[in-house]
Write a protein that binds this ligand. Structure first.
Ligand code: FES
Ligand SMILES: [Fe+2]
Length: 344
């Protein structure tokens, strides 16, 4: 277990210091219907619900009156009603009804529920974790990521693995012939050629796993994969020419991570079926192997110096470089520390 002293001296993230000024996906749109939903994301207990226009709302789950769980309440007339004493809160956090006081009595102004900016796109609800600004940046990679339409299939996972470890696993190409050898018999173990480069906040990696036959690559053989990561948490990968996958990771808290991934197959007619099959493979066969490895990896909150990286880990090294720089910058600017929660 890493102590706070370790964190300070080794430059590891402070408790619950997640990468800020980022839109994180927090829930699949289809999970948010008429009833409020409770989730833990970024160390916060949240209630998600839809207002009268069907727009998603994210607020602190604890009622500001006496702390009841608002997700056990109901949505009435476009407001969220607390299950305990029936106080109602609008999407902007204002309390609009206090039944025990009667309609005529003014409502105290500080009785507000704190909320977060949210948007909905690509079949996901996204939450802004950062400073409130007049104008928030657009959703990241909104044109690159895969929509939830035809030919796609989506699944979510909750892992007892810290965020950085999840991202490290996402960027790893050369574990495949070992960690997943049952599903990739005969896959070559040499990652060559392999390139990893940084362009702004995007890590581009490209590699071919092939037989270690001592010869230069012939340009055809082996298993080619391309992975791009938009720092800190979005990934797009291409295996072959017809299959794409995306993954996004959001910290639940400092020990747990929520992961959403989506496959898209462009095969005509059977694309949806292929995507479904690939997601089943991932969820039932491949991801459990990754999970077992990552969950048991030590330390749970590594810094780059804990590793002995090799050339094939260059993408991971780039990610950690960005991560450590970003957390360091956040530490230098404690004034903007989360929770940056306001009534919206
Ligand atoms: S605790 Fe929510 S209305 Fe009293
Ligand atoms: Fe894996």
């Amino acid at each position: 277990m890493i102590t706070d002293e370790d964190r300070r001296t080794r430059g590891v993230e402070a408790r619950e210091d997640f990468v800020r000024d980022t839109w994180y996906p927090v829930l699949e749109s289809k999970r948010l219907g008429r009833r409020p939903v409770r989730v833990t994301r970024l160390g916060r207990e949240l209630v998600l619900w839809r207002d009268a226009q069907g727009q998603p709302v994210a607020q602190e789950a604890a009622c500001p009156h006496r702390g009841a769980d608002l997700s056990q309440g109901r949505v009435v007339g476009g407001c969220l009603e607390c299950p305990y004493h029936g106080m109602r809160f609008a999407a902007d956090g204002t309390c609009v009804r206090v039944p025990c006081e009667g309609k005529a009595r003014p409502i105290r102004a500080d009785l507000r529920v704190m909320g977060y900016a949210v948007r909905e796109s690509l079949g996901l609800v996204w939450l802004w974790w950062g400073e409130q600004r007049e104008e928030l940046p657009p959703l990241p990679w909104n044109h690159e990521l895969l929509g939830a339409g035809t030919g796609t299939c989506t699944a979510t996972l909750t892992w007892n693995v810290p965020f950085a470890r999840v991202m490290e696993g996402n960027l790893d190409l050369h574990h495949f012939p070992f960690a997943h050898r049952r599903w990739a018999p005969g896959m070559g173990t040499r990652l060559d050629p392999y390139t990893a480069r940084l362009e702004g906040d995007i890590i581009h990696t490209h590699g071919v796993l092939r037989e270690d036959d001592g010869k230069p690559w012939d340009g055809r053989s082996g298993f080619a994969a391309e992975i791009r990561v938009l720092f800190p948490h979005l990934l797009l990968a291409r295996f072959g020419s017809l299959t794409q996958t995306m993954a996004a990771a959001t910290p639940i808290d400092e020990e747990n991570t929520w992961i959403v991934f989506r496959y898209r197959s462009q095969l005509p007619l059977v694309g949806g079926l292929v995507a479904w099959f690939l997601v089943q493979m991932e969820v039932r066969l491949i991801q459990p192997e990754d999970y077992a490895l990552l969950r048991a990896s030590e330390p749970r909150h590594p810094v780059r110096q804990d590793f002995h990286l090799v050339r094939a880990d260059a993408g991971i090294a780039l990610w950690f470089r960005l991560y450590e720089r970003r957390l360091e910058a956040q530490r230098q600017n404690p004034g903007a520390r989360p929770p940056m929660v306001r009534a919206l």
